[in-house]
Design a protein around this ligand. Structure first.
Ligand SMILES: NC(=O)c1ccc[n+]([C@@H]2O[C@H](COP(=O)([O-])OP(=O)(O)OC[C@H]3O[C@@H](n4cnc5c(N)ncnc54)[C@H](OP(=O)(O)O)[C@@H]3O)[C@@H](O)[C@H]2O)c1
Length: 278
């Protein structure tokens, strides 16, 4: 009897050990499967920022009431690389604060052409719009993550925007059989057709962020990912601070006409930005 219990414990230990090793191998593979392109250091970042500042460029942010958008706004504000920032969304991103050279445009995304003026005259655009199937249903998700995003990009292009930045997702692929990844890949491809002078796609994994809105599934996922991310920081997730820092620093760096930044390069750019701040 005692011998049988002993054997059972041993079997459980072996199974658990095999599972741990198995997941560690998978996570290690995910951590190292993306290109580790080192950030393009054409000059000292501070010099690049200063040179960019001198150009007096303006930008808009779509979705600044969301988690990425609001932090991106603060990062851009602190960086002082733009002479004017316009926040475009279905509601005000903030009401009780006032910032110099920051403007807010509330638009109806169902009648976006009526709000073409909001998209006029910005050099750079950042799109952090998005919803979930759970929140908006399948059609609602496609409407926001594809149609609203693409229509905004079209108006931005017509309004003179030369650099469009899209927050997409890890795994985005227009041929995917998963709706989320398919829609993300499709909108990426459709915006590329608009032929911006520069088009940057960010493909972050799960964002590590203390979301204000209650999303139990995301909360649970983050609880699991939190210890994993301390060993494998980019295998499945990315700190939201890395993403927004990468979005800003990438803006002042030279880039290709079309750039697709996967999770790990985003993380590396974010680290570079952090180093520059020290
Ligand atoms: N969260 C992640 O882990 C993750 C990972 C990879 C990629 N992404 C992608 O990154 C983008 C931003 O993610 P996030 O987590 O920062 O998003 P978020 O916090 O949910 O914010 C989304 C933004 O889109 C706006 N929006 C949502 N539904 C809308 C509608 N029907 N009409 C007009 N505006 C609408 C929101 O406005 P309100 O504030 O008014 O709702 C908000 O400004 C999304 O495209 C998402 O798919 C997210």
């Amino acid at each position: 009897m005692v011998l049988r219990e002993c054997n059972c414990t041993r079997i459980v230990v072996v199974i658990v050990s095999v599972l741990v090793v198995f997941f560690a191998v998978i996570l290690n593979h995910l951590e190292n499967s993306e290109p580790t392109t080192s950030p393009r250091m054409t000059a000292d970042i501070k010099t690049l920022q200063e040179n960019y500042r001198q150009k007096n460029k303006t930008c808009f942010i779509l979705g600044a009431s969301g988690e990425t958008g609001k932090l991106l706004f603060k990062e851009i504000l602190n960086s002082q690389i733009f002479s004017k920032i316009t926040l475009i969304g279905r509601r005000l991103a903030f009401e009780n604060e006032a910032y110099e050279n920051v403007f807010q445009e509330v638009v109806d995304f169902e009648k976006l052409d009526d709000y073409a003026a909001a998209f006029q005259g910005h050099d750079v655009g950042y799109c952090c719009l998005g919803t979930t199937k759970a929140k908006s249903g399948e059609q609602g998700f496609i409407r926001v993550d594809h149609d609203y995003v693409l229509n905004s990009a079209k108006l931005a292009k017509a309004g003179g925007c030369s650099h469009f930045n899209l927050e997409s997702s890890k795994g985005a692929d227009k041929t995917s059989s998963f709706l989320y990844l398919k829609v993300k890949g499709q909108v990426e491809a459709d915006i590329e057709e608009l032929d911006f002078d520069r088009y940057t796609v960010f493909r972050p994994a799960v964002l590590m962020v203390d979301r204000q809105e209650s999303r139990p599934a995301e909360w649970l996922a983050r609880k699991f990912l939190s210890p994993v991310s301390s060993i494998f920081p980019t295998a499945l997730s990315i700190p939201i601070s890395s993403l927004i820092k990468a979005m800003v620093i990438n803006t002042v760096m030279e880039g290709d006409k079309v750039e697709i930044l996967e999770n790990k390069p985003i993380y590396n750019l974010g680290k570079l930005a952090e180093k520059t701040e020290k």
